[in-house]
Ligand binder design. Structure first.
Ligand code: DI6
Ligand code: FE
Length: 425
């Protein structure tokens, strides 16, 4: 890395940390005994402590000593359904008594039971239930999260969900990006008329979402229990007409050739991908579409078919990892647990799992110019961890070693100490 000039003054200087920059291909891009300077919310210098100018401490308005903690880019959760109401613990019991996810969905449960809960929830209730989950993520090093609609399934309730997403973005010190997922499931009032529902999505919902700037991307669930390839294509064409990026729930339960369609539309990402075929992977590589792997849903549904990780690696498709935080198939708010599952269940290396929640997650949101690595010029979004080496993030199963979450240079979460114990940071 070429050293850059240390500015005359900086807001903060962070000292004595192992910096996992994720900025190069060496696993983690580690800078040992590192220092990082932040000014006006951006990283303006980073390198080894010994490369600092002699008077660096005097040039900083504040100095934080990290006594050899690890620092990573802020975690980015690029695929969530975090805004929802209620829970599906009863369906969890039904599945343990033998019913499958698809059977429950066909019987009017599944996504539709959450749709009913969201339709019946007030804006305030939906906001408060969702805010708790966002707080849990912030406390685990998350500085940006994508949230989808898709549990309203009529125009007023889809817009209600997206307004809650916007309010969370305004109220919390994490960037929250909204994705419109009207084509998530067929609402009961359209039973037997899926094309008529897609008419509503493309003629009314997408124009309304675009007019209010309520989402930056459009997603769909292309699957035999949801929407066909042709219906998905209509959604994507309309998104494109309104200047919205697309992404897709593809090849989760069966191979529908969704990933290839997504790539054809220049999708930011194709997500799940357990049943991805070689053509789909090649199309994604050519289009630069990121593969978002969701090990929580794989685990929770007790799936056996894994996404073709070797194929994705050999084609050079960037792999992101995400929580898929949702009440039916991945009721979790823990990126760290997902990193562990991505390694144990899918065979990712711990470095790939961390890249999946940082540099590649930033790409999956089209935000790689600002987020995802520790580099000069990037936003000062990072997490400080009480661990010795970066692989520990994926190594543990549960627990949270996050000491600090920093967004735009400001500390937005500090791990609380148990009474009687000193607090670091
Ligand atoms: N795939 C999923 O895993 C979630 N949505 C989707 O399209 C599940 C959502 C739910 O069951 O509530
Ligand atoms: Fe999902």
């Amino acid at each position: 890395m070429t050293p850059c000039r240390f500015p005359a003054t900086v807001d903060t200087l962070w000292l004595d940390a192992r910096l996992a920059t994720l900025a190069d291909q060496t696993p983690y891009g580690v800078i040992e005994k590192g220092a990082m300077a932040v000014d006006e919310g951006r990283i303006v210098w980073l390198g080894a402590v010994e490369a600092l100018p002699a008077d660096a401490l005097n040039r900083a308005r504040s100095v934080h000593r990290l006594d050899h903690a690890c620092v990573t880019p802020g975690l980015i959760d690029c695929h969530t359904h975090l805004v929802h109401a209620g829970n599906r613990a009863r369906e969890f019991e039904m599945r343990l008594n033998g019913a499958t996810y698809e059977e429950i969905a066909r019987g009017g449960g599944g996504i539709i039971s959450t749709v009913n809960a969201v339709r019946n929830a007030s804006d305030a209730d939906l906001y408060h239930q969702s805010a708790g989950r966002l707080k849990a993520m912030l406390a685990e090093g998350v500085t940006a999260v994508e949230i989808k609609s898709g549990y309203g399934l009529d125009t007023p309730n889809e817009l209600k969900m997206l307004r809650v997403v916007r309010q969370l973005d305004r109220d919390f010190p994490a960037t929250v990006m909204a994705t419109f997922l009207g084509a998530h499931a067929l609402p009961p009032e359209y039973t037997g008329r899926p094309d008529a529902y897609i008419d509503l999505v493309v003629e009314e919902m997408i124009p309304a979402v675009a007019a209010d700037g309520l989402a930056t991307a459009v997603d769909a669930f292309c699957e035999r229990i949801a929407f066909t390839l042709a219906q998905t294509e209509r959604v994507f064409s309309t998104a494109r007409q309104h200047g919205l990026r697309v992404k897709l729930h593809a090849e989760q339960l069966s191979d529908s050739n969704g990933a290839a369609l997504a790539a054809q539309f220049g999708a930011l990402s194709a997500d799940h991908l357990e049943h991805l075929n070689a053509n789909g992977a090649a199309a994604m590589a050519a289009a630069g579409t990121v593969a978002v792997l969701l090990p929580g849903a794989f685990y929770y549904l007790n799936e056996t078919r894994k996404p073709p990780v070797d194929l994705l690696r050999s084609k050079g498709v960037a792999m992101a990892v995400s929580t898929d935080c949702n009440p039916g198939t991945s009721p979790t708010t823990s990126p760290l647990l997902m990193m562990n599952m991505a390694c144990v269940s899918f065979g990712l290396t711990p470095a790939e799992a961390l890249a999946g929640f940082t540099v590649n997650a930033a790409r999956a949101l089209g935000m790689q110019a600002r987020w995802g690595t520790l580099e000069v010029g990037k936003q000062a979004d990072f997490a400080v961890w009480d661990i010795e080496e970066p692989a520990e993030l994926a190594y543990r199963m549960g627990g949270n070693p996050c000491r600090l979450t920093v967004k735009g240079g400001e500390i937005v979460f500090r791990s609380s100490s148990i009474a009687g114990e000193g607090c670091h940071g």
